[in-house]
Design a protein around this ligand. Sequence first.
Ligand SMILES: CCCCCCCCCCCCCCCCCC(=O)SCCNC(=O)CCNC(=O)[C@H](O)C(C)(C)COP(=O)(O)OP(=O)(O)OC[C@H]1O[C@@H](n2cnc3c(N)ncnc32)[C@H](O)[C@@H]1OP(=O)(O)O
Length: 390
Amino acid sequence: MATVQKIRREHRADGPAAVLAIGTANPESFQLQDDYADYYFRVTKSEHHADLKDKLKRICKKSGIEKRYAHLDEELLGAHPDFIDRTLPTLDARIEMASAAVPALAASAAEKAIAEWNRPASDITHLVFSTYSGGKAPSADLRLASLLGLRPTVSRTILSLNGCSGGGKALQLAKELAENNRGARVLVACSEITLLAFYGSLEGRLDTIFGQGIFGDGASAAIVGADPVVVGTIERPLFEMAFATQTTIPGTEDEITMQLTKGGLDFHVSTRVPKLLKNNIERCLIDALEFLGVSPTWNDLFWAIHPGGRAILDHVEDLLALDDGKLAASRRVLSEFGNMSGATVIFVLDEMRRRMARGEEVAEWGVMMAFGPGITIETMVLHATCHHEN
Ligand SMILES: CCCCCCCCCCCCCCCCCC(=O)SCCNC(=O)CCNC(=O)[C@H](O)C(C)(C)COP(=O)(O)OP(=O)(O)OC[C@H]1O[C@@H](n2cnc3c(N)ncnc32)[C@H](O)[C@@H]1OP(=O)(O)O
């Protein structure tokens, strides 16, 4: 008779989990940051809020963003003018729209990841899906499984309202699943669509103006698995996942919040967030790297930091005295897409592997960090295996 220990040993993977493929997608419609304040106040018919328009212009100018994508374009908004007024009961209509758009965008990203992975979608054993843009069951994870033709036994997990830390958490869960289930192949999908939180401006609601200045829509996907199939180089690891932690900054529950209301998704991000992160991330980094028994200088590592805002990247760079270019992957993603909440950090990994393939980043070891409500800090130590691949 087999023992539980023996069964456990046989069902665990031998090697560490690794990111085996990445895909990303955005809606077709985009706005240039330089034009955004004019666009927003025109389509929301709020030109009379001149002071708020000036504020949005200031935020856009300092955002480090050039372009952002959005599912809710002028035409769709024209068909739903009630979305502009946050006091109207539009939640049902927003959720209906998001429940189709969120999995569809996730499928576009996942199809690219699966094509790169080089194996059929039916080989995926687990799905971890993260989004703040939902409010229905069955959720976007089931719809995505159906769009991709995943097997009926695929084991699904949905993470809701994790905000900007959702991608980090989803990757950490994927690592645990892959290492504890021999042969598992986990599809991580993050899909964020801002239409739940799109309102016209209102005096005294500065969160709305802030959100309009930095957030955008996007979906990202990664395939995670241990013990890659190397015969015929079917699977090629990009980043081995060495160690992951989650930390919550005590007493910061009210600094980043999200709540579904009858009028959509209400959110608040305090102006203290960049400073709070600056004061707390070094401890997370030291703990994660001490556990591994290494103490590199910060510039010896590569950095895949969630670009929650330009000020967050500036604070991290300053705190760790990082050389110019060390945060180039995060800054480029911020510039090209804005803050796509939980989806963003996988975009940064995608950009990082391109930089590594071009020889623009040579560090072998690195850190991925994502930040969200809590305030939660997700930290993962990565070992890159994609430097000399292309
Ligand atoms: C086409 C796309 C369409 C998109 C539609 C989008 C619709 C909205 C959707 C939102 C959904 C979001 C839900 C997710 C929420 C969870 C987010 C997270 O988990 S974690 C998110 C983590 N991300 C962050 O925490 C963002 C980090 N922050 C930053 O990166 C920067 O502060 C900055 C870029 C925003 C401004 O640059 P900086 O160098 O600081 O420049 P200054 O000091 O000169 O300030 C300029 C003006 O900005 C003001 N202001 C600043 N902050 C806030 C605020 N929080 N609050 C309000 N206002 C704020 C400040 O008061 C000043 O006003 P004024 O004096 O001129 O009147």
